[in-house]
Ligand binder design. Structure first.
Ligand code: DNO
Length: 360
């Protein structure tokens, strides 16, 4: 596994590459052309410029998160083939830059959703949290304003203002799309892009839905083991894979993450590893990465990744906001660096324990 950290790029991220390279154990960054709208063309020069900045700082781009999928593709509208062509062009640009991983999602209207972006915990740290009872009281049309207000001036990944300005239209677009229709549109998309992925050597890594259930009555198709297995089996190409996001899958206590990992052997191209603490039914808060601070067994998750020989990029995910840091919610450097060190520790212990046993 290669240890990485998400970096939003110049102008979007208050954290610099010089800061990132001082994180022990770091191999690279996960980034994207963050200003790009879903469906927009990718210019070679822009990505090459970003790559140069990363390499000048002694790091590499280990993967692109995300190339967002246009709603025409998700809803199967008449323009989808044109947007699929643009998507394939972007994949070509990514491969020309020597990058072989693209994370994406197939969530309708909203990417990840939270009811609170700064819940204060007992130790004074703040975390993102979700309580379905609160979400149910929010008018979906107003959800973007609610999130923006809480974001304290930061641009939230997955909540592009340009897209959200059309929130009513978006809800209308998805009006007749149920889970089966969304899944079929995903299949169409994957079948269309897989020849290019094979040609360019790009691994597609589907991000699971966050949280792992329907919000505002919208269809959600990547919630659990069954969904993820259906994804990899419906287009059986090794480039069609997943991102294991322990925090997203972990929203639902019924998801046995180590078991999901073992069942997806060979098709996991990327991992987001973080912990969540369940407070009740569809009520959770993000926690520090340590097993003891949340509800997930982080050792078991790392062990499962080790056992299936996962060798792709892994990144700590949302961290707590601590020590007065000002950052994109969930993406401060301090707690993610602590999280990454902890994951490096687990990895080292797992590896040494296994090689020690070999000689017994
Ligand atoms: C949130 C992220 C998501 C993720 C996308 C992948 O913090 O995990 O926005 O990047 O769903 O396309």
């Amino acid at each position: 596994m290669k240890m990485t950290i998400r970096w939003f790029g110049p102008g979007f991220d208050p954290i610099t590459l010089d800061m990132i390279r001082q994180v022990p154990g770091i191999n690279g960054v996960i980034t994207t052309l963050y200003g790009k709208q879903p469906g927009e063309k990718w210019a070679r020069e822009e990505l090459f410029d970003l790559k140069k900045q990363v390499e000048n700082a002694g790091l590499t781009i280990a993967g692109i998160e995300s190339i967002n999928v246009h709603d025409s593709i998700k809803t199967g509208s008449s323009e989808r083939d044109m947007y699929i062509e643009n998507y394939i062009d972007a994949l070509k640009v990514v491969s020309e830059a020597g990058i072989n991983l693209v994370c994406y999602n197939f969530m309708a209207v909203f990417d990840w959703t939270r009811s609170d972006l700064a819940k204060i915990r007992r130790d004074g740290a703040s975390v993102m949290a979700y309580d379905h009872k609160i979400i149910e009281q929010i008018n979906p049309d107003k959800m973007f304003e609610v999130m923006q207000e809480k974001a304290d001036g930061h641009l939230l990944p997955g909540w592009e203002p340009e897209r959200m300005a059309k929130i009513k239209e978006l809800f209308q677009l998805y009006q007749d799309i149920d889970e089966e229709a969304l899944m079929k549109n995903l299949e169409y998309f994957l079948k269309a892009i897989m020849p290019a992925c094979t040609k360019y050597g790009i691994n597609m890594a589907m991000h699971p839905d966050d949280p792992g259930w329907s919000v505002f009555g919208l269809p959600r198709i990547m919630k659990n083991k069954k969904d993820l297995l259906r994804l990899v089996n419906m287009v059986d190409n090794p480039h069609n894979g997943v991102t294991i996001c322990s925090g997203s899958l972990g929203t639902n206590p019924d998801n046995d993450i180590p078991d999901i990992i073992r069942n997806l052997k060979g098709r996991i191209h990327f991992a987001h590893i973080r912990n969540v603490k369940h407070n009740g039914y569809r009520d959770f808060e993000e926690s520090a990465h340590l097993s003891s601070d949340g509800s997930l067994d982080m050792y078991a998750i790392m062990k499962a990744l080790h056992d299936i020989n996962f060798d792709g990029p892994l990144r700590p995910d949302h961290g707590r906001c601590i020590w007065g840091e000002v950052s994109v919610p969930g993406y401060g450097l301090y707690d993610r660096a602590i999280g990454l060190s902890y994951l490096c520790g687990l990895r080292e212990a797992i590896q040494k324990n296994i090689s020690a046993k070999k000689y017994l």
